[in-house]
Design a protein around this ligand. Structure first.
Ligand SMILES: Nc1ncnc2c1ncn2[C@@H]1O[C@H](COP(=O)(O)OP(=O)(O)OP(=O)(O)O)[C@@H](O)[C@H]1O
Ligand SMILES: [Mg+2]
Length: 224
């Protein structure tokens, strides 16, 4: 069973120029624990596609199933619960809360869900991304690469089965990028989540298994 399966996914947006079709029938199957990357020109719909996979956005038509569950049949409440339990997100911008410490930022998803042992788990995952020495720092006191490592810890603190990363190294220099990707590769091996990573960087894309290319509304697999 695939962790992620898309069949004929179409997404149209209303726009000042009338309706535009961004995704024109996208099929994708990503197996459990697999890692794939998605490349494509700016505006080709990569973020749109990732948001549809992450249940943040509903497709205009087509089918999306995650871990064998068809998500179009789920209501908003059920979907939000599913998303919180199963999916982790890392974005180009870290979206850490500035007034909270590193530790508090990472504990937040667990606190929101009323889980016990939030601090212990947050500490553990921060150790895993090499940020165990900065627990009391605020985001403004961290480097760009460090902020993204904290954002990665926050995405993984719920032990998601699927991690979606949208240009996670887009704002980082080469050294911080490769450091973040090395950490991600190690955690992917250790924790076994399914990973879909959007990147403009060919070198980064090549670190993972298959590379997909999104162009003119269609997704094709260009490398195996
Ligand atoms: N809410 C929206 N309403 C109307 N059009 C939208 C909306 N969101 C995105 N679009 C359009 O859909 C297209 C794809 O956007 P998307 O953000 O998915 O591209 P992308 O491939 O992630 O680009 P980039 O590499 O620059 O991040 C763009 O042309 C954009 O203008
Ligand atoms: Mg984008």
């Amino acid at each position: 069973m695939s962790e992620v399966r898309l069949e004929g996914v179409v997404k149209r947006y209303p726009s000042p120029d009338g309706e535009i079709e961004v995704l024109g029938g996208v099929d994708l199957a990503v197996g459990k624990g697999e890692a794939v990357s998605i490349m494509g020109p700016s505006g080709s719909g990569k973020t749109t596609l990732l948001h549809i996979i992450g249940t943040l956005l509903r497709p205009t038509s087509g089918r999306v199933s995650l871990n064998g569950q068809e998500i179009s049949s789920m209501g908003e409440g059920e979907l939000a619960l599913f998303r919180n339990r199963k999916i982790g997100f890392v974005f180009q911008f870290h979206h850490l809360l500035p007034e909270f410490t590193v530790l508090e930022n990472v504990m937040m998803p667990l606190i929101i869900r009323g889980e016990r042992g939030a601090e212990e788990r947050a500490r553990r995952v921060l150790e895993m991304v090499g940020m165990g020495h900065r627990l009391k720092f605020k985001p403004a006191q961290l480097s760009g690469g460090e902020k993204q490592r904290v954002a990665l810890a926050r995405a993984l603190v719920n032990s998601p089965s699927l991690l979606l990363a949208d240009e996670p190294t887009g704002n980082l220099d080469w050294k911080s990028s490769s450091q973040l990707m090395d950490i991600l590769a190690r955690l992917h091996r250790q924790l076994g989540f399914t990973l879909i990573i959007v990147t403009h960087n060919r070198e980064i894309a090549e670190k993972w298994g298959k590379i997909y290319l999104l162009e003119r509304g269609k997704l094709r697999c260009c490398t195996d």
